[in-house]
Design a protein around this ligand. Structure first.
Ligand code: SF4
Length: 284
């Protein structure tokens, strides 16, 4: 099991890859960048950004439960499980793998909560078919909202009976004055980073923070918008070299746990670290 740099989760579960863009938040899609980076030569993503179901991955949660114990798992970092390309049978297999491993907490995020609601709710929906009144407490259901015109998505998300509904307001591209926090337990906000990043006004994030505090909704500010992330090498606690990341996917190649690739051998005991830059960071 590999660690993940997604700070709100400990691991990622990727039984599907590939997607279609649906709104402004998709413009610099990290999944597209990563899955198309090496073209057809990539053994991990032979179909690039084409939606692909990977049934061999379905056993990952059970393996992790045995090997490393309970974890918080982010589901589908390289796709959206509720695109039309995937069948309900495939979704059933994926959600069943989560129901079968209640030791983990799962975060399932979509930009299509209306389709998530259609899948879960109703007399022939997943909950009814599994004899459940609500999604199990370890299944956290979320949707992305990057602009005020998409705040309607919360209505669909909260129509699904669940213990935790969360919002991912990133990349935050504008203020969200119409956002209704009824039925929401957690809000994540953050700016965009990497090449072509779009700026975020910190007042948008502060407004969300204050409204969450007033509504007793948990709030997590993930990062400011920033032109790029930089990495460096640290030796005995001292920063000895710095490297700009040319590509967002470098975060995977040189992320955490350290897979240091071309840096290996420069200094046998040095380690890769993130290097904060003015304008980056998580302090509001
Ligand atoms: S919904 Fe997510 S995975 Fe799909 S294109 Fe948009 S950003 Fe990428």
């Amino acid at each position: 099991m590999k660690g993940t740099r997604i700070r709100r989760a400990e691991h990622t579960y990727k039984p599907v890859t590939g997607c279609h863009k649906i709104s402004e938040g998709c413009d610099h899609c990290y999944a597209e960048t990563l899955t198309t980076r090496f073209g057809d030569s990539s053994p991990s993503f032979p179909h690039g950004f084409e939606p692909t179901f990977k049934p061999k991955k379905l056993t990952d949660p059970a393996k992790w439960a045995r090997s490393t114990g309970p974890a918080r798992i982010f589901v589908n970092s390289l796709s959206d499980l509720h695109i039309e390309d995937f069948t309900d049978e495939q979704r059933d297999a994926i959600y069943d793998s989560m129901l079968d491993t209640p030791v983990h907490d799962y975060l399932v995020l979509t930009k299509r909560p209306q389709w998530m609601a259609r899948y879960f709710n109703g007399p022939s929906g997943f909950l009814a078919r599994r004899g459940l009144d609500a999604a199990p407490a370890n299944l956290w259901l979320g949707c992305s909202i990057e602009l005020d015109k998409y705040t309607f998505r919360t209505k669909h998300l909260t129509s699904i009976p669940a213990t935790v509904h969360f919002l991912s307001c990133e990349p935050l591209l504008g203020p969200l004055p119409s956002l209704n926090l009824d039925g929401i337990q957690w809000v994540i906000a953050g700016g965009e980073s990497g090449p072509g990043y779009r700026p975020m006004d910190h007042d948008w994030a502060r407004d969300l923070r204050d409204r969450c505090a007033a509504a007793e909704v948990a709030y997590y500010f993930k990062q400011s918008a920033a032109p790029r992330t930089e990495m460096g090498m640290e030796l005995d606690g001292q920063l000895i070299e710095e490297y700009p990341l040319e590509h967002p996917a470098d975060r995977i190649a040189h992320g955490n746990p350290p897979v240091i690739g071309r840096w290996v051998g420069r200094h046998s005991t040095s380690v890769p670290v993130s290097v904060a830059r003015a304008g980056q960071g998580r302090l509001l």
